[in-house]
Design a protein. Structure first.
Length: 282
């Protein structure tokens, strides 16, 4: 049974196309981005597929994990064309999920619970895409998507490269250090007074079980030192755990960089591209 339920190429207006090129570069015009619906645990889930327009060989595939929760953080067609088109312009196929319960998807977003399968099940789609090289996989996530990436790396060893930007490594569920994180706790997990709440925080915090991360994966951690949403010590603390467990990684801290690395996007893009090139094309 096919996992891909539907595929539809995104068509931007001429003005939108100009904005995408302005934001992500001229090479975007050489890529295609499609809105897709796919099956994950029997649920119809929305997502995206991007790839170069001209393909003459099988390409590595990168799974991209979005941030936010629920409709907050949903990727629209405009941003998908830029975010995923950029990676596709580097010579990759990109698959991304909106997670169950969001953007018209069936089910409920549980912030790193069963919705983690919506990330892992994207690998099944490669059998229906002729130009995906099943031996070369990468994964990337920002913010909540970083948490999803960490968790995915404990479930499979297929990923040779991972990029995590401003990623959540530790859900400090009794912490008031970030209003953003407190909001995520309350919306995603519930009352902080319950034992179930505390258990969910532990289960979603990779800092508690870093030894479960695949030793086969090479991790690039990017974080802004002025990130006031997911504080930089998430990545700094995680780096110590990776050293202890002999997992190959690189940590880059961007001076005064915010959660979105707005002032450092070009620098970060260069590092991301180099990381994938090194580990997916060697």
């Amino acid at each position: 049974m096919n996992k891909i339920v539907s595929r539809k190429k995104i068509k931007l207006s001429s003005s939108q196309q100009k904005f995408v090129i302005s934001g992500w570069g001229e090479d975007i015009i050489n890529t295609e981005t499609e809105a897709i619906t796919y099956l994950s645990d029997g649920l119809k889930v929305s997502g995206y597929l991007a790839y170069p327009k001209e393909i003459n060989k099988k390409l590595p595939c990168i799974i991209w994990c979005r941030g936010g929760i629920g409709e907050a953080g949903v990727i629209d067609n405009f941003n998908a064309s830029g975010i995923f088109g950029l990676i596709a312009s580097w010579g990759y196929v990109v698959l991304a999920s909106q997670y169950r319960g969001n953007a018209g998807s069936e089910g409920k977003d549980t912030f790193g619970g069963d919705d983690l399968n919506d990330v892992l099940n994207l690998t099944d789609l490669s059998n229906e895409i002729d130009f995906v090289d099943n031996n070369r996989w990468g994964i990337e996530g920002w913010s909540r998507g970083g948490m999803m990436t960490y968790l995915a790396l404990t479930k499979t060893d297929i990923f040779k490269a991972a990029v995590i930007t401003g990623g959540i490594a530790n859900l400090r569920c009794n912490s008031e250090e970030s209003k953003f994180m407190r909001y995520l706790y309350e919306v995603a997990i519930g009352s902080h007074l319950t034992e179930d709440y505390r258990n969910k925080c532990k289960e979603r915090s990779i800092i508690n079980f870093p030894e479960k991360i695949s030793k086969r994966t090479n991790l690039l951690l990017l974080h802004g030192t002025a990130d006031d949403k997911v504080l930089p010590h998430d990545s700094i603390d995680m780096s110590y755990k990776l050293i202890e467990n002999n997992i190959n990684f690189k940590l880059i801290l961007y001076e005064k960089g915010d959660h979105y690395l707005k002032a450092h996007r070009r620098e970060a893009d260069i590092e991301r591209k180099k990381w994938y090139q090194k580990y997916l094309f060697e």
